[in-house]
Design a binder for this molecule. Structure first.
Ligand SMILES: [Zn+2]
Length: 388
């Protein structure tokens, strides 16, 4: 068994395996044929009994490529924009980020960094291989230097007052090496604040949310395992909490040690219990959701999935859904007319539903329920909403 990539321990136990899964879930695919033939990789989650870290033990980073065709933005959702705005305001206020230089590792299309710079009159450096210059307006481009590459040791000399890294660490296999590299870059700048945001695996386990497990995410954290990793790398943790209806974990830290523990940190034993429950329930969960789709189909009812991100790819491919439903809806216009990797479902706009008239809408993330309901009302589509 692979040693733990967070603490190096050999106490890693396998607890969840699936058939081969698409290696990417946010890469846009232009034809159904290519989507069905999309490269697949193995998924076998292991749990470290020493630090609580969870990882795909069969992950192969060589299978992935984050190109500009990578479409991860959630910025078309009003609910998500509100969350991002609140987060920016909170960070600017908390750490006095005005007139500063901010570095974002894994900035995607640069939306968060642009907002942090605009709201706090900051300058920025954004690093991401999937960045697309045409999505940045001139005013933002003047404030921010974008580097279309993967972050590596060579960027350690970039000077910044604040380093943020959102929804990136879970895509990195060697998390100890990665967080250690960032810590080393701050040796001569011990006042730099770092901010990391990742999904909460504790929620995935307790809700048996198998659709939140996919190939791109090779590393999974609880607040406890995240805090242990940062401390081991020489960070002093300033704050540790959950955001976005408790779906995401946030850690704020700076170089140093103070040994402070937060009450909210789950002990390894709590994660072990959650894993046992996940193991005993996940098969029922899969059967239940499959049965639901079979019932729709045999009753002649049309269902669509709303949300074409990684959750949908994992939900449709894990359940091996093909003809049970035809379309996946997304509000991001960059995705319309493309196909979902693995399952081959076409991605359509909400407007398409005016003609298609589905009976049921399967909502991939309950946080968008109200927004989806409002969209359906606006379109005059009467469909039953199912939150998975
Ligand atoms: Zn470990």
């Amino acid at each position: 068994m692979t040693p733990c990539r967070s603490c190096g321990s050999n106490a890693v136990e396998l607890f969840y395996e699936t058939g081969p899964v698409p290696v990417h879930s946010c890469l846009m695919v232009s034809t159904r044929e290519a989507a069905l033939k999309f490269p697949r990789g193995s998924l076998a989650l292991g749990f470290c009994g020493d630090c609580g870290f969870i990882m795909n033990t069969r992950f192969d980073p060589a299978r992935l490529s984050y190109t500009p065709e990578y479409e991860e933005t959630q910025g078309f959702s009003e609910r998500f924009r509100r969350f991002a705005t609140d987060l920016c305001a909170d960070q600017i206020e908390k750490y006095g980020l005005r007139g500063k230089v901010l570095l974002e590792i894994g900035c995607g299309k640069g939306e968060f960094l642009s907002q942090m710079c605009a709201m706090g009159n900051n300058r920025g450096i954004g690093i991401d291989p999937s960045y697309r210059p045409e999505r940045t307006d001139a005013e933002t481009a003047a404030r921010i230097q974008f580097i279309q590459e993967l972050y590596s040791e060579k960027f350690g000399d970039l000077k910044a007052d604040y380093v943020c890294c959102r929804h990136t660490l879970e895509h990195i296999p060697d998390v100890r090496e990665f967080v250690g590299m960032i810590r080393r870059s701050l040796d001569r700048r011990p006042d730099t604040i770092v901010f990391f945001e990742v999904p909460d695996v504790g929620r995935v386990l307790t809700e048996h949310a198998f659709w939140d497990i996919y190939y791109e995410h090779c590393s999974y954290f609880t607040l406890g395992s995240l805090a242990r990793l940062f401390r081991a790398c020489g960070f002093q943790i300033l704050d540790l909490h959950k955001v976005f209806d408790d779906q995401y974990l946030v850690i704020e830290a700076r170089p140093g040690t103070d040994g402070k523990r937060f009450e909210i940190e789950e002990p390894v034993e709590k994660t072990r219990v959650d894993i046992e429950l996940f193991k005993s329930w996940v098969a029922d969960r899969l059967d239940g959701l499959r049965g639901q789709l079979d019932r729709f189909r045999s009753a002649g009812r049309r269902a669509v999935v709303w949300g074409s991100g990684s959750k949908a790819v994992s939900y449709l491919t894990t359940l091996e859904i093909r003809d049970e439903l035809e379309y996946v809806v997304d509000i991001n216009p960059h995705k319309h007319g493309k196909y979902l990797a693995g399952s081959g479902h076409e991605i359509v706009s909400p407007e398409f539903l005016r003609r298609y008239r589905p009976d049921a809408v399967i909502v991939m993330n309950p946080i968008y329920k109200e927004e989806i309901q409002a969209d359906l009302e606006r379109l005059g589509v009467r469909a039953e909403l199912f939150l998975i």
